[in-house]
Design a protein around this ligand. Sequence first.
Ligand code: GTQ
Length: 324
Amino acid sequence: MNTSNTSDLQQFKESVHPLNLLPLWERHVKLVPGSQSIPAHWSYDKVRPFLEESVRLITKKDADRRVLVMENPALRGSSFISQSLFAGQQIIMPGEVAPSHRHSPNALRFVVEGEGAYTSVDGVKMKMRPGDFIVTPNFMWHDHGNEGNQAVVWMDGLDTPFTSLFGAHFRENYPQDIYPVTHTCHQVDEHSANFLYPWQTSFDQLLAMPPTKIDPAHGMKLRYTNPQTGKDPFTTIAAFLQMLPKGFQGQTYRSTDHTVFNVAQGSCLLEVGHQTYHLATHDVMVIPAWESYRFSSSEMSILFSFSDRSAQQALGFWREEYLA
Ligand code: GTQ
């Protein structure tokens, strides 16, 4: 029972205001799951011509990184795809180098198309092939280059919103374009095991999963784990590869992590609320926290995804729900 009268309360609120105090009982902040970001879809067919146009407009030297940032329409001005994640499409042409630098955010690459590019992380030079998932841990020197004869495109994923949140974003350019290479890896070895998750290995693992492992919402789903630690590749970001079998009708699902999907093979339908998205090969889709979604697939499709689940689980916040 509120015993004070309204004008007393109003007067109280006004008198504490100059002291930067606010009555908690009048708080209007939304204290329910879900975030400000909204579901959004990027069709690769629509994005691809603009990547090509950016090649004509700007050199890699001028751009440092030639990236089209996928910005959530509800977070205009942030350059973030969700409250917690950054995602971009990077294109690198034959002969180009994206000069070495390092920064506080962690970064991942998921290779979309083209052969002949490499990324070098902490002096470990690795070939990038379509479907490879590559880890750039925070504050390690990294440069990329294309030594082949075709355009190479990959998706970047970073946890920049975390460094922004904490006010802990540092960044440096290396004095030369290329950081000295100490190891050149043609496959996964002891130098690249922390950084490189080749497509073929992950794909074979998916195919080898027994039918009993099928998840009613996600089909066959693998979570990338660092072979040395047995943990997620990042403390913030978890990454996944999943297969929706032909004819899959998924259960509706939601979880508190924001997830960015990238269709590696095939196509599928994704129902989010009242909207149905057709996800074609190489399309990107972001699902915000606690948004319900449902997959169906008329052909076998393979989806790469990354999310802030690693951070949420470390902090004890993560929850999921399978809906009827
Ligand atoms: O390739 O190092 O999309 O530093 C954003 C920041 C890519 C990169 C991005 C980066 C990079």
